[in-house]
Each structure stands twice: as structure tokens, then as C-alpha cells.
Design a protein around this ligand. Structure first.
Ligand SMILES: *Cc1c(COP(=O)(O)O)cnc(C)c1O
Length: 220
């Protein structure tokens, strides 16, 4: 089942779109199965679960932290995590920088924007981003590398609304790319789209989708 699901998704997405297989709550056996089909990028949303799976599974897996990350949990994943999608505050970014420095690493991250109507979802708005960039200490964060943006659309069947929200994230990306990151070739990732909405996300410019249940089945 996992193999067919992966194949089916890969056949329908453009080549420039990276597939993050979201394996949260799923056992290592299922991740190994996806790995054996060639999948190498996996996403988790809990730091300790991520660290434990990292210990048990092949070393060449690229682990992405996709969920809300608490500052006191950064240390569990900092030694190895390939990309942290959900950076939603300056304080979190500072802690990620601090742990990355301890591990002598340069930590790739994405800035999460709040694009949904739902207040339950996390993320910056553009004013907060600009305040952060203008802070004199910001340039001292030498162990982080901001590689793009991430966002989650409202959980709704209204496709027009989802489309508009993804469009707004693409515009935030374009604005940052033209301004703060205009000389930075590494700023290139737009992480948006999950099982229920990734086709719309890709239509709106996503180049990284985070897909769980359409690969591994529904979660409990
Ligand atoms: C769980 C999760 C996903 C994947 O959701 P599915 O609907 O199972 O594809 C994607 N992104 C984030 C941030 C998640 O927490």
C-alpha cells in the first residue's frame, strides 16, 4: 500500500516539487517500508519522537521537523535535523541558533507564516518578520540558514479560500526574495500543501509538500 501510494503521488507532482513523507505517529516499520521504496525525506512533528526514529532508522534519511517546536525541545533534534519548517518566533530562532552553534552546525530553517483564518495555527506576519530583521542582534545569528517559507491553509472544503491562503504565502516568499534575500541563492523553498490540499498548493507555487495520510493511511 505504501509503495503504491508513494508511486501515485510521485507520478502526479512536478519534478521540482520535493515530497516530505510525514511519518508522525507511524511505526518505524512503515518508515522503513517507504525507505525501501526509495523515499529519503521524512517529516515528524514531535522532537522526541523524531530523535527516537532517527536513532532506529538508516543514517541517510533526511529528517524534517514540520510541526510547532518548543524552545526547550530544540536540543533533542539539533545535532542532526535537516530542516526545521515551523520557525514561528524570533525567540525560537535564537534558540535554534544557539543549539546549532553548540553542535557546530549551520541549521537550515523555514519561516512559518500565519496564512489561515484559524487562530489555532502558528506563524509570523510580515510586520513581525520585519521587526526581527531590523533587530540589531539578528545578524549575529550565524548558525542558521533561512531557506524559505512554510505555511498551513485553513482546514476547509472551500478550495477558493485554500487557494487564496497559499497564494498569500507565495507572495510573502516573493517579497522576501526580492528584498531581504535578494542576494541569497539558498532562499528558495516554499513548503505548503498536505494530503488534502497539495494539488492546489503546487498550482500556487509550492516546491515542497508535506504528505502523511495519503502515504501511510489515516492517523488515530
Ligand atoms: C501532520 C502534518 C502534515 C501532514 O498531514 P496529512 O494531512 O496527513 O498529509 C503536514 N504538515 C504538518 C505541519 C503536519 O503537522
Amino acid at each position: 500500500m505504501i509503495k503504491q501510494n508513494l508511486q501515485q503521488i510521485k507520478e502526479t507532482i512536478p519534478e521540482n516539487v520535493t515530497l516530505v513523507a510525514v511519518s508522525k505517529t507511524k511505526p518505524v516499520e512503515m518508515i522503513q517500508e517507504a525507505y525501501d521504496c526509495g523515499q529519503r525525506i521524512f517529516g515528524e512533528n514531535r522532537a522526541q519522537e523524531l530523535a527516537s526514529k532517527y536513532e532506529q532508522l538508516p543514517e541517510d534519511i533526511e529528517w524534517h521537523m514540520i510541526g510547532h517546536l518548543q524552545r526547550n525541545k530544540v536540543k533533542y533534534i539539533s545535532p542532526f535535523v535537516a530542516l526545521i519548517h515551523g520557525v514561528d518566533s524570533y525567540r525560537l530562532l535564537k534558540e535554534i541558533n544557539k543549539q546549532a552553534r553548540k553542535n557546530a552546525r549551520n541549521q537550515p530553517v523555514l519561516l512559518q507564516f500565519h496564512i489561515a483564518q484559524e487562530s489555532s495555527k502558528f506563524g509570523f506576519d510580515m510586520n513581525e518578520i520585519n521587526d526581527m530583521f531590523n533587530d540589531p542582534d539578528f545578524k549575529n545569528l550565524e548558525n542558521i540558514e533561512i531557506q524559505g517559507v512554510m505555511g498551513m491553509a485553513t482546514f476547509t472544503s472551500d478550495q477558493r479560500q485554500v487557494r487564496e491562503e497559499f497564494h498569500s504565502l507565495k507572495k510573502y516568499f516573493d517579497t522576501l526574495k526580492e528584498t531581504h534575500f535578494n542576494a541569497d541563492p539558498n532562499f528558495e523553498i516554499i513548503s505548503m500543501g498536505m494530503s488534502g490540499d497539495y494539488p492546489i498548493a503546487i498550482e500556487q507555487g509550492s516546491n515542497m509538500i508535506r504528505v502523511g495520510s495519503s502515504i501511510f493511511g489515516e492517523r488515530d
